[in-house]
Design a protein around this ligand. Structure first.
Ligand code: BGC
Length: 730
């Protein structure tokens, strides 16, 4: 998709963009008030679809259009309207259109921006094929709260990883032909108590250091649109938040696209208690900077009157229309051919999309535990049992928000394992044990009896896809229904048990952790999930994923995250009056960045090229570390670099991820891995500036390198001259 950058820098608009602005202004001068308002109206397909609005040119954008027939019909109608302004045709393409890739939290575990870019492009191309030209992705909401169901749609708890992946997804989505939407601006991922749609209370320094950078990265990567969040941030609903939508997003970040509300959110300003009626809600939203009204129909019903009454100026309206039209021009919508109505999405998945889905799924898996090298399944194993309600559930493994994902296209875990096992002559027995909610325990005994007769048990447990995603916040993290009874039964057989978790959040497995032979977190892996699981279980591919969030021991620890501030009383095992809990360890079950593979690594020879007198204006932080594969299989490791500023004007996190890199090593091989970290990436929110600013503080720093956030190999460096930046990461 052609995309013309209209970011204003110090030299103003680019000449190309000036031409487009001219076209936009010429068009606006011909538009009636109704036509202008129409450009700000986003309406949904479905039984109540307002086709009349499309026919008379008073709808600027559509949502939930997922097939070529409906899209072609809408385009044909639009072409006959007075000004024939093309429609934005939007759909949630969150982790796939027809081919489903791993849900974003799983994708984040790959720590692989290039993979995220390729996946995003592939899913966008499929949607574009049937005429979709706009999507509501990526979700850049950082979250530390797995109670929140939508944590599955984001990239976890780290702002650096989240920023890289948000930018990669924006680039991929737009390279694949869709306008990307960075959502949900801002702070949607921190609802109080993890309750869906609850208010967020985020202190300023947390907001600027952790929550905002991923959105900013998406904007800087050129996203065409931004979606405001449903909830109130520090007392002000995002849909009414002029500071967020205008001062920060436009004036400081120079965002050159348009802002859409979330579904019905303009109307919800009344329930939020900041607008007494529809008219006021309309005025508040557009004056704050919400250009487009998704499905509350308030702009359609009230904007005209709001302008007549002087609650909204005509210039504000024109400005919003200008942004929408400019986006349509910049992304080539005026030149784009209409979609042929006969196109069908059953042309997908293709061999190529399946290949990419399988690669992405393998890379998303995190091996949490593997005692006595239980995995990969050894050649001595002659029989395995696959047990569990999610083992043969192709629809469930697609995960929530699966667009047009076809269950019939998906390879279930059981089918993938059976196929691969047959190649090695391994016998597979299968028992679901119970239904997907595991409310019926009748078959558990049969399942355990079957499992007892096999050499290794693969238990596929977790939560159905409906228990994840929007409106799926949870307070219980245990294996639901009778799954715990099933697992207890399997563990009593004395056969080794591999727990394969299919879920949208870390589940509470603390009491099983010791007894399980191996634990593989597979999130919702998508269409090729079963083949990918088989690849990893049988060792054709080694797991390489790392946790993009901290895995709690108990739900009461939540929020638990690795980059917290230091306590004045650091934890001491023998002193109760130090950081921690009375009834549980303060440590998580697995730290951020954790993930095993089929070999092991040793880190040594950490060297910093210039460790003293670094100057932000001239230097970067260059370091190297020797990583050796100490096992007898080849393997890949995601090498992670963490930094701490131990003393500053404000407390600084105990560790923060600042770089990572994947290295492949043959058995016994050692390689020097090098990093060059821009010093800007060490910056931290600086209070008291007129614009949001980040400061690289001078002074001493600590650094650790290793395979997870608990890395021990360390070094120190110091910065002599600091500086101030407008973005936290370069
Ligand atoms: C969600 C958005 C989504 C929109 C349109 C809302 O309920 O919060 O993320 O893009 O629906 O489907």
């Amino acid at each position: 998709m052609p995309r013309i950058n209209c970011n204003q820098d110090s030299s103003g608009l680019t000449p190309e963009c000036k031409v487009l602005e001219g076209k936009v202004n010429a068009l606006i001068s011909k538009m009636s008030l109704d036509e202008k308002i129409g450009q700000l109206v986003l309406i949904s397909n479905g039984p109540l679809m307002d086709w009349e609005a499309v026919r008379n040119g008073t709808a600027g954008a559509l949502i939930n259009f997922n097939n070529a027939q409906d899209i072609a019909k809408a385009q044909e109608m639009t072409a006959k309207t007075r000004l024939a302004i093309p429609l934005l045709i939007g759909l949630d393409v969150v982790h796939g259109f027809r081919t489903q890739f791993p849900t974003p939290l799983g994708e984040a575990a790959a720590f692989d921006p290039d993979l995220s870019r390729r996946v995003a492009k592939a899913m966008a191309e499929e949607a574009r094929y049937v005429g979709v030209n706009w999507t509501y992705a990526p979700m850049a909401d950082l979250s530390r709260d797995p109670r929140w169901g939508r944590i599955i749609e984001g990239f976890g708890e780290d702002p650096y990883l989240g920023s890289l992946l948000t930018a990669a997804r924006v680039e991929g989505i737009q390279a694949g032909g869709l306008v990307a939407t960075v959502k949900h601006f801002a702070g949607y991922g921190a609802p109080a108590g993890g309750r869906e749609y609850a208010e967020t209370l985020i202190p300023q320094s947390e907001l600027y250091n952790f929550y905002l950078p991923p959105y900013h990265a998406g904007v800087r990567a050129g996203a065409g649109s931004v979606m405001s969040a449903f909830n109130a941030l520090n007392g002000k609903p995002s849909t009414a938040n002029r500071f967020l939508l205008s001062d920060l997003l436009r004036d400081q970040w120079k965002f050159d696209g348009f802002v859409t509300s979330d579904w019905g959110a303009v109307q919800e300003l009344m329930a939020h208690g900041i607008a007494a009626n529809e008219l006021i809600a309309t005025a508040i939203a557009i004056n704050a900077g919400v250009d487009m009204d998704m499905m509350s129909k308030l702009y359609k019903r009230n904007l005209y009157k709001a302008i007549q009454l002087g609650l909204v100026s005509e210039e504000t309206l024109n400005q919003a229309v200008r942004r929408v039209l400019l986006t349509k021009y910049r992304f080539g919508l005026f030149e784009a051919p209409h979609t042929p109505a006969e196109r069908v999405d059953t042309v997908f998945p293709t061999d190529a999309s399946r290949g990419l889905a399988r690669e992405a799924a393998v890379k998303s898996f995190v091996l949490l535990k593997n005692s006595s090298d239980l995995l990969p399944i050894s050649q001595d194993v002659k029989s395995i049992s696959v047990i569990g309600p999610l083992a043969d559930r192709p629809c469930e493994q697609l995960g929530p928000h699966a667009a047009r994902g076809g269950c019939e296209d998906a390879v279930s875990y059981l089918k993938g394992i059976e196929k691969r096992a047959s190649q090695s002559g391994v016998k597979v027995s299968y028992q679901a044990g119970c239904d997907i909610f595991c409310t019926d325990e009748l078959k558990i005994e049969d399942a355990v009896a079957t499992a007892k007769t096999t050499d290794v048990i693969i238990a596929v447990l977790g939560e159905p896809r409906d228990a994840s995603g929007e409106a799926a916040s949870k307070v219980h993290f245990g294996l639901s229904g009778e799954q715990e009874n099933l697992l207890d039964g399997l563990l009593k057989t004395d056969k080794p048990v591999v727990l394969v978790i299919m879920a949208g959040r870390p589940l509470d497995i603390t009491r099983y952790q010791e007894k399980l032979g191996a634990i593989l977190m597979t999130w919702y892996p998508g269409t090729e999930g079963g083949n990918a699981v088989a690849d990893v279980l049988f060792g054709d591919k080694a797991p390489v994923g790392k946790l993009p969030l901290t895995y709690p021991r108990a739900v009461g620890q939540v929020p638990v995250y690795y980059n917290h501030l230091p306590s004045g009383r650091p934890h001491l095992d023998d002193n109760r009056f130090t950081y921690g809990y009375y009834d549980e360890s303060y440590l998580p079950l697995y730290p951020f960045g954790w993930g095993l593979t089929y070999t092991s690594f040793n880190y040594s020879d950490l060297k910093i090229e210039k460790a003293e007198h670094l100057n932000v204006e001239q230097d970067s932080l260059k370091l190297s570390v020797l990583v050796q594969n100490t096992g007898d299989r080849s393997g890949e490791e995601i090498v992670q670099v963490y930094v701490r500023k131990p003393f500053d004007e404000e407390s600084r996190p105990v560790r923060e991820l600042k770089a990572f890199s994947k290295v492949s090593l043959a058995a016994g091989e050692a390689k020097t891995v090098q990093f060059e970290i821009p010093l800007q990436n060490l910056s931290f929110y600086k209070e008291g500036q007129t614009e949001v600013a980040y400061q690289v503080s001078p002074g001493g720093y600590q650094l650790w390198v290793g395979g997870n956030s608990d890395a021990r190999l360390s070094a120190e460096f110091s910065i002599e001259k600091g500086s101030i930046f407008g973005a936290r990461f370069q």
